[in-house]
Write a protein that binds this ligand. Structure first.
Ligand SMILES: Nc1ncnc2c1ncn2[C@@H]1O[C@H](COP(=O)(O)OP(=O)(O)O)[C@@H](O)[C@H]1O
Ligand SMILES: [Mg+2]
Length: 351
């Protein structure tokens, strides 16, 4: 009895710690999140298109077209939605698809919107069918079609909604249903950031957090940030802790590199999970192709994390390839891991 109680107590405490950590991460992210287009670094083509759409909408005194942003996590989709709201001078209501499980969740939020406001739905590919069906007329005609009563006496009611803008964000555009995707006026992919752009992100964050970092130090961190601002921000914080404890708190190139080596982040920005994944394909599956489920089971990660978090960067860096029969590595992967490329059949002289 007391063991059970202890376990539950422990679990509760553990959950509390987790909740605090998530809360802390969120506060940290919010404190460094750019609020304006000027502060939002990179994605210049997308920014230009958006600025024009926003100006046009303002001139017409109409809300902005519905927008869909897609791309790997941490590239600035949520941030951009906030910047757009700021630029339009309107409120933004933020939710995510898993929070819209029951019809009344989505109906409630739609009915709470005021004219011109922005509704942001994160992970929109996870919206269920019922929620989608409610969203279609809301997006297209700004109405809610409600049915009341049962079979014979069923009545439909149209409730008008104020004109609003839906901004959807997803890491998986391919999993969005066709009809939902077609209802977005503007669909845009966010790109990985260049080293220069990430170094600007790092310097901006360092300034806000009062971290002392020089140009080369910023570049050293940028180089290992996998093209992703969220990772760049996380690393600058970790390196700063290291610099404070081991040195005088100032970050330069050497200190950045020493700290990142300690964190086992290599010069491509790959961490232990990435390297385990690549080594597995090489060592156990002869370089592939091997199915993602098999990989996930073997390294004890879930498929979704591998697909959403690990793979996009590995694909873009050319360290992994997607084939109809599964994932395989490239000659570049062997080189990067300091391994000899396997000889081809011809090289082995079998023919
Ligand atoms: N273009 C950018 N310029 C500066 N910082 C950015 C930019 N994009 C993202 N960030 C930073 O990265 C973090 C993650 O961005 P976020 O918008 O939450 O990514 P996503 O929604 O695509 O997962 C934010 O806290 C923000 O500080
Ligand atoms: Mg987000």
């Amino acid at each position: 009895m007391s063991i059970v109680a202890d376990n539950e107590d422990f679990k509760k405490r553990n959950d509390n710690v987790k909740a605090e950590k998530i809360e802390y991460d969120r506060n940290f992210e919010n404190s460094i999140r750019p609020k304006t287009f000027d502060a939002y670094i990179g994605q210049s083509a997308l920014k230009e298109t958006l600025k024009i759409s926003i100006e046009a909408a303002k001139k017409r005194e109409l809300p902005l077209d519905h927008l869909l942003f897609y791309g790997p996590p941490g590239l600035g989709k949520t941030t951009l939605a906030g910047v757009i709201a700021e630029q339009m001078g309107v409120e933004i209501k933020i939710t995510s698809a898993p929070a819209l499980e029951r019809p009344r969740d989505i109906i409630g939020i739609l009915m709470s919107l005021k004219g011109g406001e922005i509704l942001f739905i994160d992970e929109i590919h996870r919206l269920n069918k019922v929620a989608e069906e409610i969203l279609y007329p809301a997006m297209e005609d700004f109405v809610l079609d409600m049915t009341t009563g049962k079979s014979q006496t069923v009545k439909t009611m149209r409730i008008p909604l104020p004109k609003f803008t839906l901004i959807g964000a997803t890491t998986k555009a391919g999993e969005l249903s066709g009809p939902l995707r077609d209802r977005f006026g503007i669909v845009h992919r966010l790109e990985f950031y260049t080293e220069d752009e990430l170094s600007q992100v790092i310097k901006r964050t360092a300034k806000i957090l009062e971290i002392d970092i020089d140009e080369k130090g910023a570049h050293a961190i940028a180089k290992r940030s996998r093209g992703t601002p969220r990772i760049a921000n996380r690393l600058v914080k970790r390196v700063s802790d290291f610099a404070l404890v081991k040195y005088d708190g100032k970050i330069n190139e050497d200190i950045a590199n020493e700290s990142l080596d300690l964190l086992k982040i290599d010069e491509f920005g790959l961490d232990t999970t990435d390297r385990t994944l690549l080594r597995l394909i090489i060592d156990k599956f002869d370089g592939g192709p091997v199915g993602i489920e098999t990989i996930a089971a073997a390294i004890g990660e879930d498929v979704r994390t591998l697909e959403d978090v690990c793979e996009p960067y590995l694909l873009q860096a050319g360290l992994i390839q997607r084939t109809p029969r599964g994932r395989k590595v490239s000659p570049e992967t062997y080189r990067h891991l300091g391994l000899k490329s396997p000889q081809t059949v011809e090289q082995r002289g079998l023919f």
